[in-house]
Design a protein around this ligand. Structure first.
Ligand code: ADP
Length: 522
């Protein structure tokens, strides 16, 4: 069992007094200590767990309770780490950045406050998971689609706040966010955008309101606790056609990405499509040991066998068409012709895939917003499935994608890891999300994963590639790579932090932003 770390600077008595206050606010059964805290560990930590341990968790049920908890936290100097569903796996899960931080668990605040079908939006509390919202929409027979990440057990609010992605045309979750209610570090509650006007009925319709636009500073941030959020939902289209295109050669990556760019920038590809590497796709249906038992990354001969067995390519593009059939026919014609210029490209519909458990059959559901867990099984590619996400951003440019791919593939190979990745195609950029898969029972594997990850962050930054999001173990390192003009942005973020949260109680260290209290001397 990990030894208990108390919040820095607190005596055991102060800590216990604060917990007693929390109990008074939320009820005894919603303050967790001891064994119950195992739910707040990062299951995929690659460092000593004690670095991210929490001494307690508190689970309020209303924004008023959140305000009361924050006031007590200020009074005693108790740091709080906010989570919604706590499934931020690969980036730290529910665990806090700093040992001794109490987890503020908002899972109980799971009310669907409003759904407007005509205007296509929902107003949600943070604990509403994709599964909850999907079930609600199905039960009511509403003609709306969600946009879900894979897997779908997280919360709509937590994912949008982390600027996560999905796979329908609404795949950029923060872009689809509209209006927030936020409890600030001083215990006050505010509403953003049109929500700041008491009688406005456009809170979930117009994002910007009046004056400086605030919502962005509450994403990937420790400036506030979001207690309500609006999210735009896609009207169910008349028809839908998912497809897959496989490419046979490693070096095809360059051409695939260059073909993609004009298709995406001109909106011919309607959705947040993805290009998936061989092993990420293969890992849904197979494990490494079926193909290779020795150390080091899998050899080319095994890769060829996997391609043949699963009828997949070195690279596999998953996209979808949405709308009336004549529109889809036109878009598909342009897309197909463009990709057909790549030798060996093969085109599939879900019906044309042989295996029942084929990835296109799963993605056909994901790309229409059905939340699932199936495609998470790639984490079992090696035994003892652990994973951590390395996620640099680049232009949609073939040469740069190739450069990133070779850089990461070779570094991982040097440390004995396989390359499993997805290139998620954004509006103007690629999120190159590499899943570093390791055996979490093996301390040496974890040590190697930690070492190679740090090297990759440094090398990516030297080449101009920054992570869009990262694991708690690397938040400081990644923050320091955004260093233009003597870290001007980080200094601005720290200035805001100190103004909004002078006692430094909200999520210290989140995204490398430390309050003055913990910066000094460190
Ligand atoms: P998910 O809902 O996808 O499981 P988490 O609950 O793990 O996501 O949240 C991911 C991260 O987003 C957290 O570590 C936290 O930093 C931030 N976060 C989550 N919910 C909130 C919230 N309601 N207010 C502010 N930040 C939040």
């Amino acid at each position: 069992m990990t030894p208990l770390t108390l919040p820095p600077g607190l005596t055991e008595k102060d800590f216990n007094d604060a917990l007693a206050e929390f109990r008074r606010i939320v009820g005894d059964q919603y303050v967790f200590t001891g064994d119950a805290l195992s739910a707040y560990r990062d299951p995929y930590s690659i460092e000593d767990d004690s670095k991210f341990s929490t001494p307690a968790a508190v689970a309020p049920d209303t924004a008023e309770q959140v305000q009361a908890v924050v006031k007590v936290a200020n009074q005693y100097g108790v740091p709080l780490w906010t989570i919604s569903a706590g499934k931020n796996h690969g980036y730290g899960g529910a665990a806090p950045r700093m040992a001794g931080t109490v987890v503020l668990d908002l899972a109980r605040m799971n009310r669907i406050l409003e759904i407007n079908v005509d205007s296509g939006y929902a107003l949600l509390e943070p604990g509403v998971t994709y599964f909850d919202l999907y079930r609600y929409i199905q039960e009511k027979g509403l003609k709306l689609w969600l946009d879900v990440p894979d897997p779908g057990w997280g919360s709509v609010v937590g994912n949008a706040l982390e600027r996560g992605i999905g796979y329908t045309p609404y795949g950029d979750h923060f872009m689809m966010q509209c209006g927030m209610e936020v409890v600030l570090a001083n215990g006050e509650v505010m509403r953003t955008g049109m929500g700041a006007m008491p009688k406005s009925n456009a809170w979930q319709l117009f994002k910007y309101g009046y004056g400086p636009y605030a919502d962005g500073i509450f994403t990937q941030s420790n400036y506030g606790i979001v207690t309500k959020m609006g999210i735009w939902l896609m009207p169910e289209p008349p028809r839908y056609r998912p497809y897959m295109i496989s490419f046979q050669r490693e070096e095809d990556l360059e051409q695939v990405i260059d073909v993609l760019r004009p298709l995406k920038v001109n909106n011919i590809i309607q959705n947040a499509a993805t290009l998936r590497s061989l092993l990420l796709v293969a890992g849904i249906n197979a494990t490494r040991s079926q193909y290779h038992s020795g150390p080091g990354p899998i050899p080319d001969s095994a890769a060829k066998k996997i391609m043949a067995d699963q009828d997949i390519g070195m690279w596999n593009f998953y996209g979808a068409l949405y709308g009336p059939p004549p529109l889809m026919d036109v878009l598909w014609g342009i897309t197909r012709d463009a990709f057909a210029s790549i030798p060996g490209a093969r085109f599939f519909t879900p019906e044309e895939r042989r295996h029942d458990n084929d990835v296109l059959k799963h993605r056909a559901l994901t790309m229409r917003g059905v939340p699932r867990l199936t495609e998470y099984s790639f984490v079992n590619w090696v035994g003892g499935g652990g994973h951590i996400g390395f996620s640099p951003v680049s232009p949609i440019n073939g040469k740069e994608a190739m450069q990133q791919y070779i850089m990461v593939r070779d570094r991982l190979a040097q440390y004995g890891f396989d390359y499993l990745s997805v290139f998620a195609i954004g509006w103007r950029e690629l999120h190159h999300v590499i899943e570093l898969i390791f055996d979490r029972r093996d301390p040496e594997e974890k040590r190697k994963a930690y070492e190679v990850f740090g090297i990759m962050v440094r090398e990516a930054a030297e080449a101009g590639y920054g992570e869009y999001r990262t694991h708690i173990s690397f938040m400081d390192q990644v923050a320091k790579t955004y260093s233009w003009n003597d870290h001007a942005q980080l200094k601005f973020q720290q200035t805001l932090k100190d103004a909004l949260d002078p006692k430094g109680i909200l999520s210290p260290g989140k995204q490398g932003i430390w309050p003055a209290r913990y910066r000094q001397g460190g």
